[in-house]
Design a protein around this ligand. Structure first.
Ligand code: UDP
Ligand code: MG
Length: 160
């Protein structure tokens, strides 16, 4: 039994990642989850969820003054989203890189938005922009009992 199998990792972070209603409607859920799984991040929480107006407004409260805010709230609440909590060393920045730039036309090929979207207003996915916001957003979208504490069998093959 190897102690490093259960040793807690240093600088482990969590990111709140969400497949937006367009990603669900377009059948991109499996494709997107696969990219995060293959990279080696750990799924700590996952659910399909119809987001209420108040939660959408709280999640995007920093953008409240923007002209696109009402349309953004309408978009996020227009159908089910897939809520995910992903964990790993450096996951916040790495997830942003996997996701690509906000405007899908400026997102690099190989990124989720670069490969799968065209417009900023239909950019398929959200990812937290800092570890602090990762914690805040996971707390906002998940109840404690919806998050699983587990150690994947592959951990010693991902981390030395
Ligand atoms: N958004 C939009 N129009 C804009 C800028 C942003 O509709 O001009 C939407 C878009 O869905 C984006 C979200 O608002 O993903 C949040 O904006 P942010 O700048 O935080 O981009 P992100 O962090 O998602 O890349
Ligand atoms: Mg953002």
């Amino acid at each position: 039994f190897l102690p490093h199998l259960i040793a807690s990792l240093e600088s482990v972070e969590q990111s709140y990642v969400m497949i937006k209603p367009d990603g669900v409607q377009r059948g991109l859920v499996g494709e997107i989850i696969t990219r995060f799984e293959k990279k080696g991040f750990v799924l700590k929480g996952l659910k399909l969820f119809q987001c209420p107006q108040e939660l959408a407004e709280e999640h995007y409260k920093d953008l409240k003054s923007k002209s696109f805010f009402p349309k953004l709230i309408e978009y996020i609440t227009s159908g089910p989203v897939v809520c995910m909590a992903w964990e790993g060393v450096g996951v916040v920045l790495a997830a942003r890189k996997l996701i690509g730039s906000t405007n899908p036309l400026q997102a690099e090929p190989g990124t989720i938005r670069g490969d799968l979207a065209v417009q900023t207003g239909r950019n398929v996915i959200h990812g937290s922009d800092s570890p602090d916001n990762g914690q805040r957003e996971i707390g906002l979208w998940f109840n404690e009992v919806e998050l699983c504490q587990w150690i994947p069998a592959q951990r010693p093959w991902l981390y030395e």
